[in-house]
Design a protein around this ligand. Structure first.
Ligand SMILES: [Fe+2]
Length: 295
């Protein structure tokens, strides 16, 4: 009996090790693809590996990175003369690409979280079909875990100020701050510009860990990442939030480009008069319509 158990354990360990290896490799390749060959802090690569294994967020980030490249190319082609601010230096583009790959690292939890805690927080971020963003984290956890794990889970979250009354919306909104904290703590080979773009990608939702004032121009790359993230998540069904389960089942997690973009537009009403944001949305519209945005 013990032998069978041992054999099972060995099999399980080698399965996890090879999964870990593959995920680690994917993380490395996605950085190399954009020309990044520096050594990141081990904690950063460990977190990216956990995100790769336990969620689709790295995949989204890669799509966002490609989308950003396409959006910026289109803006430059169309508006370089009229609006010189859409033309980027190579270096700015490069920083934007690195930030696009790293921006959601905060979905692995606070900078102090242990890897076991990170695993748990990633699971909660990756939880799909949340019917209503005002649902309490404690309710969602209740659906995810059996009673014996529940107390421990709630205790872990409590440690990071996610209490019984925290809603899923509030929980989701923590991640940009956590991205800031993680990148600042483990900043090896990540310049200040990359960190600032990454941590400011939800500035449209008022999440502003770098305290950028209105007079400071928010880097367009940060806005493009934030906008594209919303677009990707909406498109991929993350914002199934607003749909009831019936519709979700019919849609099977896919929205049309038009639906996804109109949601993004309506969540960005406060940017209605922002010229650059409108250019970005226009470019997303044009590329999304031809389905070439993430190519
Ligand atoms: Fe995000």
């Amino acid at each position: 009996m013990l032998e069978i158990f041992k054999a099972k354990m060995v099999k399980e360990i080698s399965r996890t090790t090879s999964e870990d290896k593959i995920s680690r490799q994917k993380v490395r390749l996605s950085l190399e693809r954009i020309g990044f060959h520096e050594l990141l802090h081990e904690e950063i690569t460990n977190r990216l590996t956990l995100l790769e294994k336990g969620s689709k967020f790295n995949e989204y980030s890669r799509r966002i990175e490609r989308g950003m490249e396409n959006v910026l190319n289109l803006l430059e082609r169309q508006y370089a003369e009229k609006y010189p601010e859409v033309v980027f230096l190579k270096k700015q583009r490069y920083d934007g690409s690195i930030a696009a790959i790293l921006h959601d690292i905060g979905k692995s939890g606070p900078a102090e979280a242990t890897s076991k805690e990170q695993d748990l927080i990633i699971k909660l971020f990756a939880r799909e079909n949340i019917r209503n963003s005002n649902m309490l984290v404690s309710e969602v956890i209740g659906e995810m875990f059996f009673e014996n794990q529940l107390a421990e889970t709630l205790e872990t979250l409590e440690k990071y100020k996610i209490g019984e009354k925290t809603t899923m919306r509030e929980f989701w909104d923590r991640h940009a701050q956590w991205t800031h904290d993680i990148l600042e703590k483990y900043s090896q080979n990540l310049n200040a510009h990359v960190r600032m773009i990454s941590g400011s990608h939800h500035i449209d939702r008022g999440i502003n860990p770098y305290n950028l004032s209105d007079e400071v121009v928010v880097p367009l790359a940060a806005n493009v990442i934030g906008t594209l993230e919303e677009y990707v998540e909406t498109l991929e069904g993350r914002a199934l939030i607003a749909l009831d389960q019936y519709e979700a089942a019919i849609e099977r997690g896919k929205l049309s480009h038009e639906m996804a973009l109109s949601r993004v537009r309506s969540s960005m009403v406060k940017h209605k008069n922002d010229k650059l944001m409108n250019l970005v949305l226009g470019a997303i519209d044009e590329l999304g319509e031809n389905s070439t945005i993430f190519n």
